[in-house]
Ligand binder design. Structure first.
Ligand code: TAP
Length: 481
């Protein structure tokens, strides 16, 4: 039975959009060399004009960060830095509704997700790292871990504010200053974050935000004034950045793509597993690096599980991301939609069977229905390449050993899920899965205290937890910070 819901739109009035946004350098919004427009992917309406940072703008931002590092931030006691991080966390909470609405407008994700996941987790990251700022000597990296200096950070469009928090909170807690470039299609919450830095009285230059496209990112990571590069994005760009940073002496962490296996054994409770599969691949339209994009189901329950999954998918509500009942929002951009369409067409051409939940797609904006492919072989592109959309590829297995072999058979190694009631099997699987995170009887759970990161082409370095601090510290010693 399908329930109909009355529309429950969130109000846009909590957001005051400026017509035009400058770059945030040295604690102020300043003009740059040129501008571009950011649009809502759900309606294609122009939301605001944003500044494109060119070489001189990036120079200015790095110089501001250097000055703030040397004069203020690296010499400030950790307990004082921690107060600023607490303040930022509280301001994120105070402006949570505005940030959630803005994120949904600029990114296309359902308001339910930006309100309940992105913004609360972003605040949680600042709270968590505020607590570390005066305890770095006890973090297990020796008695006197030192900051690295000026950090260049480049982030993607799928969780704009949350990825910003994952990058900025640990960097600042450890005594570094930052220049961050948000993705071209989702710059707006980073610019409100710049306002929050002003509200928190953060010393000028500690955080600098330079908007622009990939060329701005390139300038930033190649800049000689940067001591460390932290990148989250695609594996292709990650490799380019690794080459750009080679022999430069810069420290580097890369959080890249994934092709996670969600492995369901025949003793798992089917309804619970179905919820985990839906959450694993359809959360955030599947624009999730750790999405459970490959379902590996034990052959004996494959038919039962797939029928239950399709029934559940028929209840997913696709449409206006600002409606509080919406489960599936818009695809973030036209190029991303083109990529999903190209890869799904290859799935059919290679012989897999496509099934999409029957749901009307809005006339304007970028949309793709929740889709499942069965009859997928490990050699198909849809089993190997990251689709980064609401598309699930289903494979079957008979034994745990076969499940491991298939799960590990991709160039990636970011995350995995295991569904079974046997604790011993969970441990057996977890020790053999080549994935940075393994979820047991759940999926897509995040906590600032838990390190996150990949193996193989999913990158290196960890974000979150005590391990995440190491990426922002010179752990070989020096005087106390
Ligand atoms: P990318 O195209 O790699 O873009 C990521 C960021 O890098 C954007 O800000 C982009 O700018 C910038 N960029 C593009 N070319 C660059 C270059 N040559 N040098 C420096 N910066 C450059 O990825 P995306 O499509 O935005 O994001 C999706 C990817 O991110 C997926 O593969 C996903 O798996 C991955 N991801 C990984 C994680 C973790 S934690 N592993 C988390 C989220 C996403 P523009 O956007 O302005 O072009």
């Amino acid at each position: 039975m399908r329930f109909e819901y009355a529309p429950a739109p969130e109000s846009r009035s909590v957001v005051t959009l400026r017509d035009s946004y400058g770059l945030f350098i040295g604690g102020e919004f300043v003009a740059g060399s040129s501008v571009f427009k950011t649009i809502s992917p759900a309606t294609e309406e122009v939301l605001a004009e944003v500044t494109h940072a060119g070489p001189e703008d990036v120079d200015r931002a790095v110089a501001a960060a250097r000055q703030a590092y040397e004069r203020v931030w690296s010499v400030m006691p950790g307990r004082e830095r921690g107060k600023y991080l607490f303040r930022i966390a509280r301001l994120l909470q105070e402006r949570a509704r505005e940030l959630a609405v803005l994120e949904t407008m600029d990114n296309g994700k359902p308001i339910r997700e930006s309100r309940d996941v992105d913004v609360p987790l972003a605040a949680a990251h600042f709270f968590y790292h505020a607590g570390w700022a005066d305890k770095l000597s006890y973090a297990g990296f020796g008695p006197s871990p030192r900051p690295l200096g000026v950090v260049g950070q480049v982030i993607p469009w799928n969780f704009p504010l949350l990825m910003l928090a994952w990058k900025i909170a640990p960097a600042l807690a450890c005594g570094n200053t930052v220049v961050l470039k948000p993705a071209e299609t989702t710059p707006l919450t980073a610019l409100v974050f710049a306002e929050i830095c002003q509200q928190a009285d953060l010393p000028p230059g500690v955080v600098n935000i330079v908007t622009g496209d990939g060329s701005t990112g390139q300038l930033l990571v190649a800049h000689p004034g940067i001591d460390k590069v932290a990148f989250t994005g695609s594996t292709a760009v990650g490799k380019e950045i690794a080459r750009a940073c080679a022999v430069s002496g810069k420290r580097l962490t890369l959080e890249l793509g994934g092709k996670a296996a969600n492995v369901v054994f025949d003793d798992s409770p089917v309804d619970q597993a179905v919820e985990g599969i839906v959450n694993g691949i359809f959360f955030n339209q599947g624009h999730v690096c750790c999405a459970g994009s490959r379902l590996l189901v034990q052959e004996s329950i494959a038919d039962e599980l797939l029928s239950a999954l399709k029934r559940r998918m028929m209840t997913l509500r696709l449409g206006d991301p600002m409606d509080k009942n919406t489960d599936i929002g818009a695809i973030n951009s036209r190029p991303q939609l083109d990529k999903i369409q190209e890869l799904t067409a290859s799935g059919e051409a290679e012989g897999a069977e496509r099934w999409s939940a029957p749901c009307p797609l809005p006339d304007r904006g970028f949309w793709f229905p929740p889709t499942v492919f069965t009859g997928v072989s490990a050699a198909h592109r849809i089993a190997q390449e990251e689709i980064f959309g609401p598309v699930l590829s289903v494979l079957t297995f008979r034994t745990p050993a076969e499940a491991i072999e298939k799960a590990n058979n991709t160039p990636y190694g970011l995350s995995a899920g295991v569904w079974t009631e046997k604790g011993s099997l969970i441990l057996w699987m977890a020790s053999r899965l080549r994935a940075g995170v393994v979820w047991a009887n759940t999926f897509n759970r995040f906590d600032p205290a838990a390190p996150f990161g990949g193996y193989k082409e999913s990158g290196f370095g960890r974000e979150g937890g005590r391990h995440g601090l190491e990426a922002y510290l010179d752990v070989l010693g020096g005087s106390d910070v």
